[in-house]
Ligand binder design. Structure first.
Ligand code: GLN
Length: 482
């Protein structure tokens, strides 16, 4: 997709301004219904596109992403642009600087069309916890696009952007990619700088691409990966030009199938699609290796301790004093109090939605003196255990395959009343965040529900910093089913 558009721009079959305008036309016509974007940056986008067209006319060498329109999840800062993380508490927050990933995309000439909807502070699996709007799944508008990067996934699936950036703390790039029938990549922890990403859970967060093809994911990753002096957790080993490693040859690669991911609890139709994908990998020459990750059942509980603990700490800065919304006493008729403490309380009470409050409370509880050992320390031990199991597993296999999510896109409201059922959406994805390995979701088939074909993604996890390996295997699969 990106390569074809790049060629068209170079051949002057179309201009970047035309391509950008086409996208804004599509957004104007159809995004009113889908709701992928929260903010559009039309003026700066057209200006940037115009500059790329000038450079093409002058025959300057251009990057593959130059002139290519993209969308950014609304938890990444962009200078002068409203950045809300889909929360009322940041309703009027204008970012004073660019996130490193945004800067990197601008530097190579990519055209940023706007900021996309998401679950509030990236907490959720359906984008329904956004304080602003619903986002519909372009494949079936009665259903959610997944979350929390639901706006980014819908923008790509609905063709309102060629690619988008999302963030993934427990599955928020991969699960919406699965539900919308596109590709989503969570890189290795440390591969991509998070400077300028509004932190959710800092030991788990990663930024990555949502794209229409695996090659596109490789192209985008190459541009955003690498060490950043502004993010101390970014890894020294720089990124690569991943698109050059897509040989499509996976013969002899050992793909592990963990029995815990294919238990009795797995939905029969999801299992059938996943098993067909496994056969496809076998026919491509991969060796299928049955394996076990015995502590898998502990991953989701550990995630739902560690993540809220970090959330409660990260979100403490949103106090009505430093960023965004501030409710002072004159504005509050309900609580006629005065003083700083009341400002904190009122701002947070009004500014945060229910899911965010739930997690702040759970996290504060898990970190409190009396319960720290029982919950937080124990969850950290589980995390170490999981990491060791992965280290062991990767001595014997190159890749680990599973479904991305336990089900296809669900209907609006289906899980809102029961947070636990929403949390179960993350059962296959959180482990990659807890242990830090890279993981990709790519379309592997469809399931039929009420006469509709709903897309389903498969997940490949790879060794630490082996984005190449998962991209190449997913690419081989994608090419073979064309
Ligand atoms: N659905 C998960 C959660 O609600 C993942 C969120 C994410 O990756 N940002 O925590």
């Amino acid at each position: 997709m990106i390569r074809t558009l790049h060629q068209k721009l170079l051949n002057q079959e179309m201009t970047s301004v035309q391509l950008t305008e086409e996208h804004f036309d599509a957004i104007e016509k159809r995004d009113g219904d889908i709701g992928a974007y929260l903010t559009l940056t039309k003026e700066s986008a057209l200006q940037a596109a115009h500059e790329i067209d000038e450079r093409i006319r002058r025959g300057e060498p251009l990057d593959l992403l130059a002139g290519i329109p993209c969308a950014i999840k609304d938890n990444m800062c962009m200078t002068g642009v409203r950045t809300t993380a889909a929360s009322k508490i940041l309703d009027n927050y204008i970012a004073p600087y660019d996130a490193t990933v945004v800067k990197e995309l601008r530097d190579v000439g990519s055209i940023i069309l706007g900021k996309t909807n998401m679950d509030e502070f990236a907490m959720g699996s359906s984008t329904e916890s956004s304080a602003y709007q619903k986002t519909k799944n372009p494949r079936d508008t009665d259903r959610v696009p997944g979350g929390s990067s639901g706006g980014s996934a819908a923008a790509v699936a609905g063709e309102f952007a060629v690619f988008a950036l999302g963030s993934d703390t427990g599955g928020s790039i991969r699960q919406p990619a699965s539900l919308c029938g596109i590709v989503g990549l969570k890189p290795t922890y440390g591969r991509v700088s998070r400077h300028g990403l509004i932190a959710m859970a800092s030991s788990l967060d990663q930024i990555g691409p949502l794209t229409q093809s695996v090659e596109d994911a490789a192209i985008v990753l190459s541009r955003i990966a690498g060490e950043d002096a502004l993010d101390a957790t970014s890894a020294e080993s720089g990124g690569k030009s991943y698109e050059h490693f897509l040989s499509g040859d996976i013969s002899g690669k050992r793909i592990g199938i963990p029995k815990e991911y294919f238990s009795e609890a797995l939905d029969v139709s999801v299992r059938a699609v996943a098993e067909r994908a496994i056969e496809q990998f076998r026919s491509l020459g991969a060796e299928i290796v049955p394996m076990s990750l015995p502590s898998s059942h502990l991953a989701l509980p550990a995630y739902y301790i560690i993540m809220p603990a970090e959330v409660s700490s990260n979100l403490a800065r949103l106090d009505g004093i430093r960023y965004g919304l501030s409710i002072d006493n004159e504005q509050t008729s309900i609580l006629e109090k005065s003083g700083l403490f009341e400002t904190y309380l009122d701002t947070r009470q009004y500014g945060f939605g229910a899911e965010v409050k739930r997690r702040i409370m759970l996290g504060t509880y898990a970190l409190s003196a009396g319960y720290y050992d029982a919950y937080y320390s124990k969850a950290q031990k589980v995390r170490t255990l999981l990491r060791r199991e992965f280290e062991q597993a990767f001595l014997n296999v190159d890749l680990i395959f599973s479904p991305t999510a336990p089900e296809a896109a669900f209907r609006f409201g289906a899980k809102v009343e029961n947070p636990l059922s929403m949390y179960l959406s993350d059962v296959y994805t959180v482990t990659a965040n807890l242990v830090g390995v890279p993981a990709i979701s790519f379309p592997i088939g469809f399931i039929e529900e009420s006469d509709k074909k709903l897309p389903l993604g498969g997940q490949l996890m790879g060794k630490w910093f082996d984005e190449e390996g998962i991209l190449n295997a997913a690419h081989a699969f994608e090419q073979s089913i064309r």
